[in-house]
Design a protein around this ligand. Structure first.
Ligand SMILES: CC(=O)SCCNC(=O)CCNC(=O)[C@H](O)C(C)(C)COP(=O)(O)OP(=O)(O)OC[C@H]1O[C@@H](n2cnc3c(N)ncnc32)[C@H](O)[C@@H]1OP(=O)(O)O
Ligand SMILES: CC(=O)C(=O)O
Length: 553
């Protein structure tokens, strides 16, 4: 796992959001985000993640709960020792109010918050009578004292304090005055922000908006919002709270968090900045969203969600032909914003749903202008539809589609198609000897005017075939040096009868010696998995040789 953050222009990091302290973007990826099943950050991961969040320009980074977990205690110690260099963000320690019947200064957990040396502390407090009585098992009055005492103690020690009111909305429904008394106890003792938490994530946007607006009106306190995503409404609820007067939003990167997760930082930022026009990030930070989201996914060891709003790789991908035909006129007709604003790209997907406009736009991505060639476009559309019906899939195999397009274009222009090599035959043997299973492949190809025969072994039939083919081509096609197969996926399609099924193979390749190590994917389809693999392998190598050559047989 990567533990070092990519380099960034540190001089820019001192820029604050134009709204300054008037609006807080508070990230809790390293505290609530770490409560997601499957995430375990090392201290080094946390330092790298905090650096990335700082680069994005969030105002506050909640780093964890010092005193509760040795790793979190160590994180704050190493941060204080200078290992974490933040530009504009401030580090926040999380913890709970003192225990019932214990003085704040004697409570070890509260002491650990001070020892963390974080300038800001978020205290979690019970604000629902049922939680005070049944979970905390103390009196309502003692809970108010726990809040007031702990805040006052930390403020007297020079800390800025935010209060997370757990289960605020359910509590408000059960006994609204009690939640307000908790908020009042905190503010009277010196807390800056009362954060209303939808802890079990059960709120709906309109109901939540109503409560936030009422609390704002009744108290005038600075309000924050913390939404869990159990009903899939965390982002909508966060935005509703801001529209009702909250000026502090707590979110996690990619929505990581306990159970169904939290409000996704990137969706909230996109909505606040782009849709509501609130400049809550320093200027020019929004295009960092995709990079930071993906780097944080890497640190969490979770594959990025391709369909995530704003930052997913498919967030601006268009598959339907009707969409492409409008996009050809103006991308704004089907994009809710220019993807570059958030550091993303638009993609046109070629599938059975493609129309002529899809093909023309995709061709442009390859640098090919098909304007004035309507018959080529129509032929490609028809070919794609027919092939996809037979099991091909071009949306994940741009390279095979580009080869198809170039072949059709060359044929329409009457250009001679010169295949870089042609196959005479191949043979693959799978042999079990004792417990060992070995594969051997022989290929006979014609390349550079010669007939070349090569045999290779491999850990599987495709690996053997790949090795034999590369070996046969190596002397004549040195440009293939450094081209490597990096992924191989097989899918059995619509088979009712086992071996009669059609097999689709996707091969991902990379050119390790070329600048930027480009990657591409090719596809093959056949009832025989080896032949399907051969087709995808051949496309991969022909694609690697560049546009001056045409497809092989
Ligand atoms: C809504 C949220 O997500 S808040 C964040 C929650 N995060 C975590 O819990 C992760 C870290 N937690 C831990 O490591 C442990 O739970 C610890 C160290 C905090 C506490 O561990 P333990 O002392 O073994 O207690 P345990 O976890 O069983 O119970 C929590 C205790 O805190 C008390 N407590 C709960 N909320 C509060 C509060 N706001 N103020 C004071 N005490 C509280 C509970 O009543 C319980 O007290 P008890 O031990 O007297 O019964
Ligand atoms: C504080 C917190 O994480 C919650 O109430 O959900």
């Amino acid at each position: 796992m990567t533990t070092t953050a990519p380099a960034s222009p540190r001089s820019e990091l001192l820029q604050l959001s134009p709204l300054g302290d008037a609006f807080h973007v508070f990230d809790t990826t390293l505290r609530d985000g770490a409560q997601r099943e499957g995430i375990t950050y090392s201290v080094a991961d946390k330092i790298a993640a905090a650096t990335l969040l700082d680069e994005l320009g969030v105002g506050f980074i909640e780093g964890g709960w010092p005193g509760a977990m040795p790793k979190d205690t160590e994180f704050f110690a190493r941060a204080a020792a200078g290992e974490l260099k933040l530009g504009s963000a401030q580090l926040v320690a999380f913890g709970s109010t003192r225990k019932a019947g214990v003085r704040a200064q004697d409570d070890l957990q509260v002491r650990a918050l001070l020892d963390s040396r974080a300038p800001i502390v978020t205290l979690v407090a019970k604000s629902d009578v049922r939680h005070v009585e049944r979970a905390l098992r103390t009196t309502l009055e003692e809970n108010l004292r726990m809040v007031g005492d702990t805040v006052a103690f930390l403020v007297a020690e020079g800390r800025r304090v935010f209060l997370d009111c757990e289960h605020f909305f359910d509590g408000y429904r059960a006994d609204r005055d009690y939640g307000l008394r908790v908020a009042e106890a905190a503010v009277t003792a010196g807390a800056d922000v009362v954060v209303m938490c939808d802890t079990n994530g059960g709120m709906m946007p309109i109901g939540l908006h109503e409560v936030v607006a009422q609390v704002k009106e009744r108290t005038g306190f600075r309000l924050g919002i913390h939404c869990q995503d159990d009903t899939g409404c965390a982002v909508a609820n966060t935005i509703a709270a801001v529209q009702a007067g909250a000026t502090h939003v707590q979110c996690t990167a990619n929505g990581y968090g306990e159970r169904a997760g939290n409000a996704d930082l990137f969706a909230v930022l996109g909505n606040l900045v782009v849709k509501l026009g609130l400049p809550v990030l320093p200027p020019d930070r929004l295009p960092e969203m995709v990079r930071v989201s993906h780097a944080l996914a890497e640190l969490a060891n979770i594959a990025p969600d391709a369909h995530q709003a704003y930052v997913g790789s498919s967030a601006f991908s268009h598959k339907a032909g009707l969409h492409a035909s409008a996009i050809k006129v103006d991308p704004e007709l089907y994009n809710h914003l220019n993807p570059e604003v958030v550091g993303n790209d638009m993609h046109i997907l070629i599938t059975e749903m493609a129309g002529r406009a899809s093909v023309e736009l995709k061709a442009k991505e390859f640098g090919l202008d098909l304007a004035g060639l309507p018959e080529v476009v129509s032929k490609v559309v028809d070919t794609v539809k027919a092939r996809e019906a037979a099991g091909w899939s071009y949306e994940a195999a741009d390279a095979s589609f580009e080869l198809l397009l170039r072949d059709e274009l060359a044929a329409a222009r009457g250009e001679a198609v010169t295949a870089p090599f042609t196959l005479e035959s191949y043979r693959v043997i799978v042999e079990r000897a004792g417990n060992a299973v070995q594969s051997e492949a022989t290929v006979k190809v014609h390349v550079g005017g010669e007939r070349v025969i090569r045999t290779a072994e491999g850990n599987g039939p495709v690996n053997a075939l790949d090795s034999a083919l590369r070996s046969a081509l190596a002397d004549h096609l040195p440009a293939l040096d450094g081209v490597e197969l990096i992924d191989y996926k097989v899918r059995i399609l619509a088979g009712h009868a086992g071996t009669d099924s059609v097999t689709r193979v996707l091969v991902a390749s990379a050119s390790t010696k070329a600048a930027g190590a480009p990657e591409w994917t090719t596809v093959g389809v056949h009832t025989n998995v080896v032949e399907a693999s051969w087709q995808a392998l051949v496309d991969s190598l022909v694609y690697a040789l560049g546009p001056t050559v045409q497809s092989s047989s």
